[in-house]
Design a protein around this ligand. Sequence first.
Ligand code: AMP
Ligand code: MG
Length: 345
Amino acid sequence: MPSSTRVLRVDAQQPDPAVIAQAAAVIRAGGLVAFPTETVYGLGANAWDAAAVARIFRAKSRPASDPLIVHIAELAQLPAVARDLPAVASRLCGHFFPGALTLVLRKSPRIPENLSAGLDTVALRMPDHAVARALIKAVGAPIAAPSANTFSRPSPTSAAHVLEDLAGKVDLLLDGGATRIGVESTILSLVDEPPRLLRPGGISLEAIRALLPNIQYAPQFAAEKDTVPAPGSLLKHYSPRARLLLFRGDDSAVYTAMRAEITRHSQVGLLLRQRDAEQFHDLDIQIESLGSNSQQAAERLFAALRALDKAGVAVILARTPEERGLGLALRDRLLRAAVGAVAEV
Ligand code: AMP
Ligand code: MG
């Protein structure tokens, strides 16, 4: 384990090749590098190196049952990672790569057992971020990278978030500023028939459905007591330390219920869209605005959860986002952060 984490700043559009070369050398030597992608920061290791992959699990305190996503820089790397591609895979790649879509495919024999948690499948993505792409190319191998946070904490959308969780546990951090999308990739399983959305994310269900009309989405949340949950289905995830309560209902009913809830606790924080936040400006409490549309909400969500934790609130009140576009990903993250606590009002 490194005793300290080196931080190098890097331009998000035109990364300095010398900086990328240093990061690539760390990965080639079996080390860990945290780097920006368009979704969230990733914690990367050489995907072919099982020992380096094991270090990712240790650094994040991630259970061995939760497989990693493999990141590639060009389609030519795909056959080394996955096999038996269904016909629809090339259409999806043509449309959504590079971008915030992860495909679950049959894995190639070259994928280390620990990377894929012993499954016969592998999750694969081509990030749309100059730093991530340059790094993968410079390493000359796919990079295994989950989000660069401690397991079950809110995902990192800035270099500061990575350091909050992983300082001293990662060799090098490339600081490329705040991430553009702010929620993780959409995960689509092509080993199921019909194809199944496993996690809503940066690419909307509607956009995928335009190409794959038979795509299925049935959110399944496993409780922590379940011994072998499907990968990524744990309900408690993306959690702030504070307790999060979600409210579902009309504006006025939600505002009334939230005011009643606020009187019940001494340290309450609000996580609301700008127009909702304005309803509470008479109160002396911490309010984090999610902006005025779902793009802004996605960009700000994880940073806002971390900010509320820093402010020391005990309870966070928020609304359930609408179930379309990026709203589906926001809803999934908030439900998990709330560990299912939703008040119908
Ligand atoms: P993260 O990058 O931290 O968001 O984690 C990667 C996500 O991809 C986790 O939720 C995993 O469970 C999911 N994942 C990775 N590989 C697979 C796979 N083979 N099948 C299903 N889900 C996967
Ligand atoms: Mg994660």
